[in-house]
Design a protein around this ligand. Structure first.
Ligand code: SAH
Ligand code: MG
Length: 214
C-alpha cells in the first residue's frame, strides 16, 4: 500500500506492466527481501519512456543504494550514457560495485563514495538529467548543489516526493516524520514556484516530481 493511489489501481498497473528479466529482476528480488528502497516499477517504466525520448548523455544521481536505478538507466540507454552516482552507506557501495561489475557497466557508472553534501560540489561538467533519490529531508540542499550542473533543456527527477502520502495529507503523517514532511512540502513549493523550471508532480510510485530546466 503506497497511500498514493487506490490499491486496486496500483495492483492493476503493477500486474499489467512487464516484469524485468535477468540481473534487474534479481536485484528487485534482493531489494524486496532486504527492504532496499529502489525505484518502484511504475517509476522505472515512466523513466524508461523519458530516457528514450531524451537520450541523456550524462546522468547525475543522488542515492545509489545497490545500483539498481543506475544499472536500469544504463540498460535502457544501451550503455550510451555516463552515470555518476553518490552513496554514503558502505555496505550499499560494496553491493553496488559488485552489481555494476556484473552488469558490465564499470566504465559507464561511477560511484562517488561519501555524503552527497560533500561529494556533489566537486562533480565536474554538465548533465542532461539529475535524479534525486536520497535522504528526503535534504532534497533542497541536493538541488542547490546540482542545479548549476544541469544543462538548460535538462530535467531533474525527484523521487518519493509524496512519501507514503504523508506529504499530501496530515492524516497519514506519523509524528517522527513531521520535519521531513515539512521540508518536502517546502521543496515542492520551491520547485513549483521557480521561474527557471517547469515542474510536474505525479502520484506515481511514491510520488515523483519532474522538472524541466528552461
Ligand atoms: N536510487 C536507488 C535507491 C536509492 S535509496 C534505486 O532506485 O535503485 C537511497 C540511498 O541514498 C540510500 O542507500 C542512502 O544510503 C543514500 N543516501 C541518503 N542520503 C544520502 C546522502 N546525504 N549522501 C549520500 N547518500 C545518501
Ligand atoms: Mg526512491
Amino acid at each position: 500500500m503506497s497511500n498514493i493511489v487506490d490499491d486496486r489501481v496500483e495492483d492493476y498497473i503493477r500486474k499489467t506492466l512487464n516484469e524485468k528479466e535477468g540481473l534487474l529482476k534479481e536485484l528487485e528480488d534482493y531489494a524486496h527481501e532486504y527492504k532496499v528502497p529502489i525505484i518502484h516499477k511504475e517509476i522505472s517504466d515512466l523513466l524508461k519512456v523519458l530516457l528514450k525520448m531524451n537520450r541523456p548523455k550524462r546522468i547525475l544521481e543522488v542515492g545509489c543504494a545497490i545500483g539498481y536505478s543506475s544499472i536500469f538507466f544504463t540498460t535502457v540507454l544501451d550503455g550510451e550514457v555516463e552515470v555518476i552516482t553518490c552513496e554514503r552507506n558502505e555496505s550499499m557501495i560494496e553491493k553496488a560495485r559488485a552489481n555494476i561489475e556484473r552488469a558490465g557497466f564499470t566504465d559507464k557508472i561511477t560511484i562517488l563514495e561519501g555524503d552527497a553534501e560533500e561529494r556533489l560540489a566537486e562533480v565536474q561538467g554538465e548533465f542532461d538529467m539529475i535524479f534525486i533519490d536520497a535522504a528526503k529531508g535534504q532534497y533542497k540542499l541536493f538541488f542547490d548543489l546540482v542545479i548549476d550542473k544541469l544543462k538548460s533543456g535538462g530535467i531533474v527527477v525527484s523521487d518519493n516526493i509524496l512519501y507514503k502520502g504523508m506529504v499530501a495529507s496530515d492524516d497519514f503523517v506519523i509524528r517522527r516524520k513531521k520535519t521531513i514532511v515539512k521540508r518536502m512540502r517546502n521543496y515542492l513549493d520551491f520547485l513549483c514556484n521557480n521561474d527557471e523550471l517547469s515542474t510536474s508532480l505525479l502520484p506515481v510510485g511514491d510520488g515523483v516530481a519532474i522538472s524541466y530546466k528552461e
